[in-house]
Ligand binder design. Structure first.
Ligand code: GUN
Length: 283
């Protein structure tokens, strides 16, 4: 039996319609949620992501501003801009697009963002709050994955979820959110021995490795739900996930397409974080 391909458009459409409604309600109380995005340099993939984020804000009725800085900008100038945005009443969420040029410290930049305006959930205080289950922004990609799993109606409690990848942006927070849903969680990474032996025990397999089409049917238990977080540009210019979609299609029960599912859902959570931060600013 062929896996059901998860319809990203349907899921993001439903979420964004709700966000748009909530934005309109907040506007009636005199607050328009605002997101500021800072991009440094000309990385083509980052340019696309940033454009998509700004467009999504506009479609949801939110305010957004994009600050495009030259690759040679000093760290001090970036920090000064963040401080200005921290003080701006129009801005409730701030995001600095990664990667940054080598002369700018990602840590310093992330720590300069006001904790309550951290739209990515990258600030160490918010990461700590996430760990102990306190209120705060959601890590965008992992929270998007949870939303996708809930949408297809999977009961996560007691399931074995295997996350491949241990990045601070995806793998680690993904494991925390799955634990919060009472899944049994295993994290695999580049040094894991016998990877296929472990991943093929997963009821839910989440690939966030950054290696095109690395996950094949020998990694997947028959009937497993496969979520592909990877987005890799091939030499041909085409995009491919971390999962070999065609190879896995007849083994999985559900599978996400790349592009068009986890990516748009990540942006949806970014909108939600900005909306929630704006709501909290009223309290
Ligand atoms: N670069 C790639 N993904 C992300 C993300 O989720 N947030 C930021 N700030 N930069 C990124």
């Amino acid at each position: 039996m062929s896996a059901q391909v998860i319809n990203g458009k349907e899921i993001t459409g439903a979420y964004r319609a709700q966000i748009k409604e909530d934005v309109a309600k907040l506007a009636q109380q005199g607050v328009q949620p605002g997101l500021a995005v800072i991009i440094v340099g000309e990385d083509p993939a980052s340019q696309v992501y940033v454009r998509n984020k700004a467009k999504a804000c506009e479609e949801a009725g939110m305010y957004s501003e994009v600050h495009r800085l030259e690759a040679g900008v000093s760290e001090k100038e970036v920090l000064a801009l963040i401080e200005k945005l921290n003080q701006s009443p129009k801005i409730h969420g701030i995001l600095v697009q990664s990667p940054l040029p080598k002369h700018i410290s990602e840590d310093k930049v992330v720590e300069a963002i006001a904790v309550e305006k951290d739209a990515d959930c990258f600030h160490p205080v918010n990461v700590g709050n996430l760990m102990i289950g306190k209120e705060g922004p959601a890590p965008c990609t992992p929270a998007g994955v949870i939303a996708i799993l809930k949408h297809i109606g999977v009961e996560l409690a007691g399931k074995h979820a295997v996350v491949i990848g241990r990045s601070n942006i995806v793998g680690k927070p993904m494991a925390i959110l799955l634990l919060r849903e009472h899944a049994t969680v295993t994290i695999c990474h580049s040094k894991t021995a016998n990877m296929a032996e472990i991943t093929s025990q997963a009821d839910i397999l989440i690939a966030a490795v950054g290696k095109p089409r690395m996950i094949r049917k020998e990694h997947v238990k028959p009937g497993a739900i496969v979520i592909d977080v990877g987005i890799n540009r091939l030499d041909t210019g085409k995009l491919a996930g971390d999962v070999d979609f065609d190879d896995v299609l007849d083994t999985a029960s559900y599978i996400t397409p790349v592009p068009g599912c986890v990516g748009p859902m990540t942006i949806t959570i970014l909108l939600k974080n900005t909306l929630d931060a704006a709501s909290r600013s009223l309290k």
